[in-house]
Design a binder for this molecule. Structure first.
Ligand SMILES: *Cc1c(COP(=O)(O)O)cnc(C)c1O
Length: 431
């Protein structure tokens, strides 16, 4: 038999040009990628195809919460894969039930639906909201400018950033955007069709902007008053990233009147599987049975393998005190970044975030000698310079550089990261 596609030559040398050539020839070019190709990792360290070592402060965009090649996750993957990888959601299995129980215990009374990604988890929330308002003809969901809710067709309609929508119009109807942290704007935007408000507790892609406690409490009261669902996208800011399981638990800590605060729905993904794909949404008790048999489904959602890994992630976070590490090391890193902002005010103009979800905002690039001549936005250039210095971070929009490291980041690695950021900040003072 004649091969339709000739067999590729074996990859003998995993060098960068070969890997990049494969992508250029065969992978849809929908990402602007950095010129880096990785082969392996351990904890917060990664090695590229040239054998060069990097410190990873991006964590796969808030995914690798236990770092790379966690022996605990490897063991869980091997053990469970010997038993059962997948069975249909037509049947029961213990890991899914136990993971749902573990998430409910950490958020509040309700139930959980499992999906495979953040975008899909949010799709479930949109359907929940539509179902909730259906009999009254209500369907509209208000979201915030600068939000990010994923790249599905409804996800780009929900996302409050034009750059994800361009070229894909017409948008899925039923989404409108309002300024973030502005309760009056939500109230003013309500229409008879409004059924829900969806926000991130800390905007991630939008530049690391936390919700204020007044905003969260105000939204809860407004949603109760108008019979709306308050939905929170915890895909990036959830899973202990802020130093509590969900960001609202951290943001409302010690705030009077917040003791009984709960949203009506929370989406999760990213760190939930620590690198193994899994997404989920939690729905609060009174609405937990809104999606009945046959109304929502996914083949892969909540497989025995994914749920076993996610349970192991939770177990290790607890065993190793990583909630406290996110909080304490995060506070140390933030203080260090603030010190850099004070030292280099011509370069770093603002530091935001909490726990191990931090961002520093760069000055307009025209004002920074070492960035003024470059074609890319300030944040992408700064990230490139950090790569050259051996540290991985992630841009959040044109001006902000984000740190989303593993929750088990060590003090030594945090110090190394900060020292490298300092040297790059000093270097861009010169052209
Ligand atoms: C990453 C992200 C998503 C999308 O998750 P995917 O797994 O890429 O679909 C949605 N919301 C937020 C806040 C995110 O950070």
């Amino acid at each position: 038999m004649k091969d339709i596609v000739p067999a590729p030559p074996p990859v003998v040398r995993n060098d960068f040009a070969n890997v990049q050539a494969l992508f250029q020839r065969y992978v849809v070019p929908s990402y602007g990628r950095f010129d880096l190709a990785f082969v392996r990792g351990a904890g917060s360290e990664l090695w590229d195809v040239h054998g060069r070592r990097y410190l990873d402060l991006g964590g796969g965009i808030a995914v690798n919460c236990l770092g790379h090649a966690s022996p605990d996750l490897t063991a869980a993957l091997i053990e469970q894969s010997r038993q059962l990888l997948h069975i249909s959601n037509l049947y029961y299995h213990e890991p899914q039930g136990r993971l749902a129980q573990a998430l409910v215990r950490r958020i509040g009374p309700g139930k959980v639906f499992f999906a495979n990604s953040g975008g899909e988890a949010n799709e479930g929330l949109y359907k929940l909201a539509r179902r909730f308002g259906h009999d009254e003809g209500r369907f509209e969901i208000l979201t915030a400018f600068n939000s990010f809710h994923g790249r599905t067709l409804a996800g780009i309609a929900a996302t409050g950033q034009d750059k994800v929508k361009h070229g894909f119009e017409p948008m899925v109807p039923g989404f409108r955007h309002v300024p973030y942290n502005d309760l009056a704007a939500v109230r003013a935007a309500l229409s008879p069709a409004t059924v829900a408000v969806l926000i991130e507790g800390v905007q991630g892609e939008g530049g690391i902007t936390p919700a204020t406690p007044e905003y969260l409490l105000g939204l809860r009261a407004l949603c109760d008053e108008k019979k709306l669902l308050l939905l929170m996208d915890g895909v990036q800011c959830g899973h202990f990233r802020t130093g509590r399981f969900q960001s609202f638990q951290r943001l409302l800590e010690g705030v009077p009147g917040s003791e009984r605060f709960l949203p009506d729905g929370v989406s999760m993904a990213k760190s939930l599987g620590g690198g193994f794909p899994i997404g989920a949404f939690w729905v609060r008790e009174p609405h937990a049975d809104l999606l009945g048999p046959g109304m929502h489904a996914t083949t892969y959602g909540g497989t025995p393998l994914a749920c076993t890994v996610a349970l192991k992630v939770l177990e290790v976070i607890e065993r190793d005190g990583l909630e406290a590490n996110a909080r304490n090391l995060g506070a140390w890193l933030k203080a260090g970044l603030e010190q850099l902002a004070a030292e280099f005010p011509q370069v770093i103009v603002n530091v935001r975030g909490l726990g191990l979800m931090l961002g520093f905002e760069l000055a307009p690039k025209e004002r920074v000698p070492g960035l003024a001549g470059g074609a890319k936005p300030a944040a992408a250039q700064f990230v490139d310079l950090l790569h050259a210095a051996g540290v991985l971070t992630v841009p959040a929009g044109p001006q902000v550089v984000r740190l989303l490291p593993a929750l088990n980041l060590t003090q030594a690695h945090a110090e190394e990261g900060l020292a490298t950021i300092r040297s790059v900040a000093a270097s861009v003072l010169r052209s």
